[in-house]
Design a protein around this ligand. Sequence first.
Ligand code: SIN
Length: 545
Amino acid sequence: MSANNRVPSQLAAPEPTWSVETDVVVLGSGAAGLSAALAMRPVRDVLLITKDTLDAGSTNWAQGGLAAVLDPNDSIENHVQDTLEAGGGLCDEQAVRTLATEAPTAIRYLMQLGASFDPGLHEGVALTREGGHSHRRIVHAGGDQSGAEVQRTLDESVRLAGVHVVERAFGLDLVIGHTSEGTRAVTGVKVAMLDSSGGVQSVGIVNARAVIIATGGYGQVYASTSNPSAVTGDGIALALRAGLEASDLEFIQFHPTVLWRGSEATGQQALISEAVRGEGGILLDAAGQRVMKGVHPQEDLAPRDIVAAAISERMAQAPAGVDDHVYLDARHIEKFEERFPSITASCLDAGIDPRTELIPVAPAAHYVCGGVKATLNGTTAFQGLYVVGEAACTGVHGANRLASNSLTEGVVAGTRVGRALSWALPPVATPDDTETPGGLIDSYHRTALRSAMSKYVGVLRTPEGLDSASRILNTLSSNMSATVVPTRKAFEATNMLTIAMAVVEAAKTRTESRGCHRRIDFDAPSDSWNHHLSCRVVDGQIEVK
Ligand code: SIN
């Protein structure tokens, strides 16, 4: 394959030399995948594979917490309305209602499993606020280590329940087949076993009645992100290659405040949780002026897309000559180091004492609102394939996710699909006998890809910038070859390229500004765009509709 503007139909990999059978295979080990595995384990044989260690994904890094109505002065309706408002007109209201209604149960369930949330007055737990929430409803743990507590709880539960966990196993491509009635179905997944440096030890097929994709988002397609290095869009790329549709890929949420450590800093950046603003933190520009004053009625606690855009616009004005960061003033927050221990540690590590100094911050890629089209029960267009968590587009987030709805969604959706698969597995299907040629790009292309995405497909987008990004990505795709040495990093680079090309095509197509998708040439949402865009791979090319 040498033409540019193309994505591979499969990842190039050595021939499979082994196969195993299981009822259900789960790809990914964050809140969604672990919840799914746990919920079905009592009656199913479950194999959970993860390309790194169990805790290497985004869940472990989440700071703020889990949104759930536990205060009698709050209501499910408030949570629904806040989520719809943040979502910029593109949420699926029924999915939002289900999430908000089941969120309190999800918290109680995690507590039953042993999660230790910070203590307080509402069912024994403390609640904080974050952007876009009209009430305090964010459950947190260890101050700002909420995700780590969820990860610990689910890791332990999954292992105790007897889920078969295989680390350093990379899900390459779905195996597609048909039922005896001729229904198209997923019958398993091709997997590469990796050595400790990411080389391929062997390739095999996991045959399963159901495959659950729970591989998270794709923050790592950007040069600066709050996401850990493992978050490279693998499950979404794999689904696109298999012919599934992915929706809302252009809506990438930029967290307004990661710790700014110089404009050359790349990779995972330390998050400065929105809960810092929930506890009273204020954004200031380099000239000491408030960034959010007059921008939105909720000021520093406006929905995240609005805060990130306001910061980017202020940086573009370069107050006091500073165009690459603003500041967060948290000096007045009492016992800051107790409430935010890991943020305090990150700041001190960078030579900043948040108790006495302003924290330099800038937006960075944080969460993807889109993903593979799926219901909140994980079901997709293909029999036997389920997608949950950040990899799924369920309509819960619309054009901009409400803060702390994602861990909650992971637990709710994961548990729902797990329960459904306990009840019944999909009908038996037989794999098709087809050979599809594979391709890969070399891992070193990731640097150019990330830099193009950050430069041209960031918080504020222009048509010229998006065209430049397309040109760079197309050039990278012309390096696709079946002879690139297969490694974890080459698999990831190829998946990142597939995703980045789809994101750019969708961003070019959506000629409006809505939620996390802001175009300089369109200053507002347009009624004619009040719908979703879906991407598919057709004959090796990204098609947007
Ligand atoms: C944060 O702590 O600010 C992040 C919370 C989230 O992204 O939901």
